[in-house]
Structure formats: structure tokens, C-alpha cells
Write a protein that binds this ligand. Structure first.
Ligand code: DC
Length: 220
């Protein structure tokens, strides 16, 4: 029975560190991990490859049903092509933010996301893991940090990867994406009533991982 399989749902805004934290929690517990944002990024990339505009809800949803999307050892594959790097660009961040506003696209990805719920458990990160995809998850966490902290972290990452970056435009971009994720009609980003708030401005990654594990242990 699916509901017997535990889920830790971690939702929060862009660059809150939820991907890194969710992945480490999954490793520590020996559980599966779902990066749901990567799926929206793949849809944006596949849309571009097929010449479908990110505003074209029906064409994107129809296309989504025919895609073969797989995760293997932390890498993501689209129809056997490793697209792990291609989906991480700023262009695909914008595309994912746009395609994820469409209800039909979200519906087309629902079953795929739920199929990741396998024993011994799943750590899932995204925007609607606790509210829509796994509403019966026993542990729900809303992981966030101020826009300034998140922009600083993203800016540092970009510089470390050798990219040219400008702090003010990184911050403006994050704020635009926050507004879109929070303001959309379907599955907007918000803290569920039954989610624990975890603010990471003053936490290291290890401390945040431990806080998630403590929430889980307390709920078990
Ligand atoms: O977590 P991320 O930055 O990789 O997500 C990319 C975009 O996908 C983000 O703008 C919001 C969207 N998204 C979503 O709508 N629902 C999810 N469960 C995960 C991501």
C-alpha cells in the first residue's frame, strides 16, 4: 500500500538550498530522492527542442505524456539523452517557472512524481510536494531563507562555476520567480498548515539536514 511508504516533503522557494538538503537527508536515511523541479526543467527543455512555446499549455501537456524521463544515479535523462547540465541553465530556470504555471502540464506530471514513492521511503523536494503530490506525507517541511540570503548563495555558486554574475540581477531574478511561484493559480508555493517552517539564513547545510532529520524523528 502506497500510504505505508514514508515521505518527507520539502517545499520552498528557489535557491533555498532544499535540493542539497533533501538529497543529503535521502542519503542519510537510505531513501529515494525526487527533484520535482528537474521535471519542470525537462519540460521547458523538451519544449524548446520541439519548437513549442513555453506559453502553449496544451501542446506542452500533450508532449509531456510522450516523454521518457528517468533519473539514474543523480543524473536526469530525457529519451536516453543525459540532460543534467542542459536543464540547469538560467534559461531553463525561467522556462521551468513558466511551464509550471500550466495546470495541464502539472497534471501530466502527477503520476510520474507519485511513482517515486517506493520503499524504504522518499524525500521529495519542490513547491507542492506536501500540498498536492504527497498530501499524506507524515513529515512536511517548508524550507526558506530571505531573498537576500538566497541571492548571495546563488551569486557565490555562479562565480565558483566561473560564470559572470551580478548580485543585483540575481536578486531581481529570484524575486521575479518567487512572485510567479507564489502567485500562480494552481499549486502556488505556500507553507502548508501542517508543515514545519525551517529558515536557513543562519544554518549550515549540516545543521539544516539535522533539523529535517529531527522533525522526522519527532513525527515518527
Ligand atoms: O526547484 P527548481 O528551481 O528546480 O524549480 C524550477 C521551477 O519549477 C520553479 O520556478 C518552480 C517550478 N516547480 C513547481 O512549480 N513545482 C514543483 N514541485 C517544483 C518546481
Amino acid at each position: 500500500m502506497t500510504s505505508a511508504i514514508p515521505v518527507i516533503a520539502i517545499d520552498g522557494p528557489s535557491a533555498s538550498g532544499k535540493g542539497t538538503i533533501a538529497q543529503r537527508v535521502a542519503e542519510k536515511l537510505g531513501w529515494h530522492y525526487l527533484d520535482s523541479g528537474a521535471l519542470y526543467r525537462v519540460i521547458a527543455l523538451a519544449g524548446k527542442q520541439h519548437g513549442i512555446a513555453w506559453s502553449d499549455e496544451l501542446a506542452l501537456a500533450t508532449m509531456t505524456g510522450g516523454l521518457d524521463i528517468r533519473f539514474e544515479r543523480g543524473e536526469i535523462f530525457l529519451n536516453d539523452e543525459n540532460v543534467s547540465m542542459a536543464v540547469r541553465t538560467e534559461e531553463m530556470s525561467r522556462g521551468a517557472s513558466e511551464v509550471s504555471t500550466h495546470p495541464a502540464v502539472r497534471r501530466a506530471l502527477t503520476d510520474l512524481q507519485r511513482s517515486f514513492r517506493k520503499l524504504p521511503g522518499l524525500v521529495a523536494d519542490g513547491r507542492d510536494m506536501g500540498s498536492v503530490i504527497f498530501p499524506d506525507a507524515e513529515t512536511k517541511i517548508f524550507l526558506t531563507a530571505s531573498a537576500e540570503t538566497r541571492a548571495q548563495r546563488r551569486y557565490k555558486q555562479l562565480l565558483e562555476k566561473g560564470n559572470h554574475a551580478n548580485l543585483a540581477s540575481v536578486l531581481a531574478d529570484l524575486q521575479m520567480r518567487d512572485a510567479r511561484d507564489q502567485g500562480r493559480k494552481v499549486a502556488p508555493l505556500k507553507q502548508c498548515e501542517d508543515a514545519e517552517l525551517l529558515t536557513t539564513d543562519h544554518l549550515t547545510i549540516e545543521q539544516a539536514v539535522q533539523a529535517v532529520l529531527d522533525f522526522y524523528a519527532a513525527r515518527k
